[in-house]
Design a protein around this ligand. Structure first.
Ligand SMILES: [Ca+2]
Length: 362
């Protein structure tokens, strides 16, 4: 108990007025009611032996407060237990040190409600969870903890001081079912090496954790639509961030792009072209939005695209007599099919006033 007395002089009558109040000091139980851990600035610790200048140890204060939020009285025994919780990669080699004690668990006496120890980082970066416990039953943890009061604090263990890694968002475009697809993702910042993961990929595609390579063959049962894939990259500090990769699955295997009834193992005849007569031929695919290219066309023939058709056009001369082979390629998304075609230039009708040798093949 303590008595507080206060006296003031009243300016109106010049008399002193007094008041007293009795208060109870340490009015609460003096038993632990709350505990907390306070890490020294900057609040993170480096991995053991890191060469990047991150300090490998830091001081941590364990505070034990009573019901009135006052420091619990010091006791003759240990009244603070601190331990590193297992289960994270960062625990390997990490330890707590105070005086002669060293390990993943310490039991310490508090002085003025505070026990101080050091945390040393281990081999791996990541998050460490420190648990502090006091015993409300008797403010002593050495004889068993009957009524635990606990708090957990996360501490980041860093290999180097870097920013977060950032995934470069990108649009991978159209991916055609049934065809092999690969795309290499990239990240910046953070501390390589990176570990990659992805959610929302269409069936058949997967990401390589080590390289960030998305690859595979989109399954035939994958829905044909736009996909927004969440890609997460985690760096050596175990810091991670996510980005969105877009792609669109489209239908169509090479067989769907069959050109006419021509099969892939034969030369496909598209007919004859008489000398002196304009020759036209259109290729139309069985799927929409195919694009067309022609290769090794004879000099008298030119290819073009009209709408969704690939069109050949030309007027052969007598010098062009004979068979000509060339290739036609129809492409849709990443799927394409190429066929070998043949056209034969033959003798044409001689127009009025024309010379027979200009229209007659040898
Ligand atoms: Ca106890």
């Amino acid at each position: 108990m303590a008595r507080i007395e206060c006296a003031v002089k009243d300016p109106r009558d010049g008399l002193y007025k007094k008041a007293t109040v009795n208060i109870t000091v340490g009015g609460a139980t003096g038993k632990p009611a709350s505990v907390r851990l306070e890490a020294a600035i900057p609040g993170y610790v480096g991995t053991k032996g890191n060469t990047n200048g991150v300090l490998g140890q830091m001081a941590v204060q364990a505070l034990v407060m009573d019901d009135a939020n006052q420091p619990t009285p010091s006791t003759s025994g240990n009244n603070v237990q601190v331990r590193i919780l297992g289960g994270t990669a960062a625990t390997g080699g990490a330890r707590l040190v105070a005086g002669a004690q060293s390990g993943s668990v310490l039991q310490l006496p508090s002085v003025g409600g505070v026990a101080t120890f050091s945390l040393l980082g281990g081999e791996e970066a990541g998050t460490l969870f420190l648990e502090m416990t006091a015993d409300r039953f008797d403010n002593n943890v050495s004889n068993g903890i009957q009524d635990p009061i606990s708090a957990i604090r996360a501490v980041q263990v860093l290999e180097a001081l870097t920013g977060l890694p950032v995934v470069q968002s990108q649009d991978l475009g159209e991916v055609t079912k049934g065809t092999t697809f690969t795309a290499l993702l990239s990240a910046t910042g953070g501390l390589p090496p990176y570990v990659w993961s992805a959610t929302g990929l269409p069936n058949g595609l997967s990401i390589d954790a080590g390289s960030g390579m998305i690859s595979g063959v989109v399954a035939q049962d994958a829905a044909e639509r736009d996909y927004n894939v969440t890609v997460t990259v985690t760096d050596k500090n175990k810091l991670s961030s996510s980005g969105t990769i877009k792609l669109k699955v489209v239908g169509g295997v090479p067989e769907d792009l069959a050109i006419g009834t021509c099969n892939p193992n034969q030369v496909c005849d598209i007919g004859v072209a008489p000398v002196g007569v304009n020759f036209t031929y259109s290729f139309v695919a069985s799927v929409k939005d195919a694009t067309w290219t022609f290769n090794e066309l004879p000099s008298w023939l030119s290819g073009s695209v009209s709408g969704s058709a690939g069109v050949l056009n030309g007027k052969p001369k007598v010098a062009n007599c004979g068979a000509h082979t060339f290739t036609v390629t129809a492409k849709k998304g990443s799927s394409s099919v190429t066929r070998l075609m043949r056209v034969r230039v033959v003798t044409g009708a001689v127009p009025a006033g024309g010379a027979a040798e200009d229209y007659t093949c040898p």
